[in-house]
Ligand binder design. Sequence first.
Ligand SMILES: *Cc1c(COP(=O)(O)O)cnc(C)c1O
Length: 381
Amino acid sequence: MNASKLISSRKDKTLFTPGPLTTSQTVKEAMLQDLGSRDVAFIETVRHIRQTLLAIAGVSKGEGNYEVVLMQGSGTFGIESVIGSTVSPAGKLLVVINGAYGVRIAKIAKTLKIDTVTLEYPTDATPLPADVDRMLTEDQAITNVAVVHCETTTGIINPIEEIGQVVKRHQKSYFLDSMSAFGAVLFDFEKCGIDFLVSSANKCIEGVPGFSFAICRRDSLRATEGWARSVSLDLLSQWQGLEANGQFRFTPPTHAILAFAQALCELQAEGGVEGRAGRYRGNHEALVTGMRELGFTEYLRPELQGTIITAFHYPVHSAFQFDEFYGRLNDKGFVIYSGKVSDLDCFRIGNIGRLFECDIHSLLAAIRATLSEMHIALPSN
Ligand SMILES: *Cc1c(COP(=O)(O)O)cnc(C)c1O
């Protein structure tokens, strides 16, 4: 069968996943252009993107001394770039873990043979800044601390400002995996004391996959000379290349960058981070209300829950099989996020992407129909 026909013969499904996600028509259309990597218009677009990301972070280049580095690859490549480039050869990394993405940071560091220690919590609890304080006091060899902002495993929001202040008091380097939060969660970048933050094109900015970006304190970035453990993921060299001639060192994802520039315009038109956070909050509230009516319960206590993605327990019913539930929703054009939260029986529904409350209501109607097809009646709570 012809693969392109297979894909284009249907209407796009609606993606309730944490990336790739449903994007606007205009973001997709922005990709209908072939640009050379040295094209003036392309270089100008990259420059504009780097500047706009600083504005979104609330730190401007002149005053705040921050820099943006774009890196080819998915979000994990960006994390691997920062972890592999910003821990000195004699350094030691502390990774704070309460979900799968924290585990991934530790795995990256260990694979790179970086001396690594972890501070681990259950997936339904936030890390305690006092524990980080104690670790940094007891183990003076630690030089870098890594934390996940929104743990997409559960949707929990971690106390990044309180932890950041502890890290700064100990004068360590602070790394934040803000992949699924940046662009839709309000926070004070400077107050958090962030040295390096990573997010990617296809999360809350609502672009398409293809690259990630690091927002870096310039002094912290400059201090990493000679530390990179990889050529392609060398953060400092990538920055130096962008500064020297505005170009990537290796083939840039030109189409994804054009889509991202359009996505940034649409973020601004929506009222920036605050506007987008408001839409996701509306989605989240509609989702939770509707799911409770259908008899589902959330995994996290409401006070820990962010608005990006929500984990729900599998219903306690002998006829419930997640694969069948997922497949039937998929056939109706709704893609939810499979995959369990650690060893707990949960599934996840994302609110991010070009989704509105009407999409959440359509999903809820499809879930109601699916439960009925599966002969599952749940006690409404
Ligand atoms: C999506 C995500 C990543 C990166 O995932 P990729 O599949 O490599 O893009 C990393 N951390 C968090 C918290 C995420 O949500």
